[in-house]
Design a protein around this ligand. Structure first.
Ligand SMILES: Nc1nc2c(c(=O)[nH]1)N[C@H]1C(S)=C(S)[C@@H](COP(=O)(O)O)O[C@H]1N2
Ligand SMILES: [Mo]
Length: 356
């Protein structure tokens, strides 16, 4: 169980780092983030949430097998032992907190006052550090186990064997069950099994789930009536929605991949961002800021580096799945770019700013 758990933690950590990198790239990488494959983030974030979810029953079972060690006497046998127990305490605490914070995030429940992302990020490093320490401390026991190749020495006492088997069977069933009823949120062929996932890929207007509705974002209807897209650059200009729709329109088939785990492909149609930027005289390599009409909550602003801004698939979309964007999907216009976290696909765009 430890080995499987270790693999899941590794997968979750790696995909989590990738997600963090895309959302908060260091300055030297911000212009070169990968835009291919277009479904890259869909895959990695789907794996992130699926591996984190699968780790929960495995972690609980693993803790159950070792909890009697909490009560060993004497509790501390010296400095080395004390440090070792402390590192295990950090490992257990961070592992439990990390997976449960992640789980609460997937259901969009934030019952704490701090930023989910920075806490999840910091805990991940603590967890991986404590895990490495744990592996180092246990290295002698691990090598001894693998050296004891003869079948007799590795087996449990005969009357424990049925217990071991039924525990493993139970844990496998639990991991399989939570995975089967939640993974359909991103692995859409399994969507009919989706019981636990908070966003069902089949629900939502225009065939796409909605994370925050126009009402929740407090989009003022009055501002939609005389909406103009303002592009602020060396040559600032404004366009009405009718004027935007008269510019050359392009199509892109791209997924929305939410950091909370659900994802779905859709057909988008609109104006290429790079055409809008060219018209404003944006210099090559400029950072771009997309600003929403939104009044309430996060994700009202996002930034794009060069690789996204110049990509022919990055659109200021006016249409979704063959219809005019609905209010909840970002009418009058929303950003859609390849291999980009859903949270940064800004809806209800009102301004595009050329930053540098
Ligand atoms: N202005 C704004 N844009 C936003 C959001 C938001 O809250 N406000 N939510 C983001 C998130 S978290 C996701 S996953 C996608 C979802 O897009 P959809 O609701 O059209 O499916 O929109 C993104 N764009
Ligand atoms: Mo999202």
């Amino acid at each position: 169980m430890g080995r499987w758990l270790g693999l899941l933690v590794l997968l979750c950590f790696g995909t989590g780092l990738f997600s963090h990198l895309l959302q908060e790239p260091p300055a030297f990488l911000a212009g070169d983030l990968p835009t291919r494959p277009v479904w890259g983030y869909r895959l990695t974030q789907g794996l992130h949430v699926a591996s984190g979810t699968a780790a929960i029953p495995l972690l609980l079972a693993k803790l159950w097998t070792v909890y009697p060690r909490l009560f060993v006497r004497p509790p501390v046998r010296g400095l080395r032992h004390a440090l070792e127990r402390l590192s295990v305490a950090v490992l257990v605490a961070t592992a439990l907190l990390e997976v449960f914070l992640g789980l609460l995030n997937t259901v969009q429940w934030y019952p704490w006052p701090y930023s989910f992302r920075s806490v999840h990020w910091a805990l991940a490093w603590l967890l991986v550090g404590a895990l490495l320490l744990h592996l180092a401390v246990q290295a002698p026991a691990i090598t001894a186990h693998w050296r004891a190749r003869s079948p007799g020495t590795r087996r449990l006492p005969a009357d424990d064997e049925p217990n071991r088997r039924s525990l493993l069977r139970g844990v496998t069933a639990a991991v399989g069950a939570v995975t089967a009823v939640s993974v359909g949120q991103s692995l859409t062929p399994l969507r009919d099994l989706t019981l636990l996932a908070p966003r069902h890929p089949g629900h939502g207007t225009q065939g796409l789930p909605v994370n925050r509705t126009a009402a929740q974002a407090a989009i003022p209807p009055a501002e939609l009536r005389d909406w103009r897209l303002r592009v602020a650059g060396p040559r600032t200009y404004q366009l009405t929605r009718v004027e935007l729709a008269r510019l050359p329109q392009h199509r892109a088939r791209l997924p929305i991949a939410c950091v909370e785990g659900w994802s779905k492909v859709a057909d988008w149609e609109g104006v290429r961002l790079r055409d809008l930027l060219e018209r404003s005289g944006a210099p090559p390599g400029a950072r771009i800021r997309i600003v929403s009409l939104q009044r309430r909550g996060g994700y009202g602003v996002s930034e794009l580096g060069e690789s996204y801004a110049r990509d022919p698939l990055t659109l200021l979309a006016l249409r979704l799945n063959g219809e005019v964007l609905s209010a909840d999907h970002g009418y009058p216009a929303r950003l859609i770019a390849p291999n980009r976290p859903g949270a940064l696909q800004t809806k209800w765009v009102s301004r595009i700013e050329v930053l540098s």
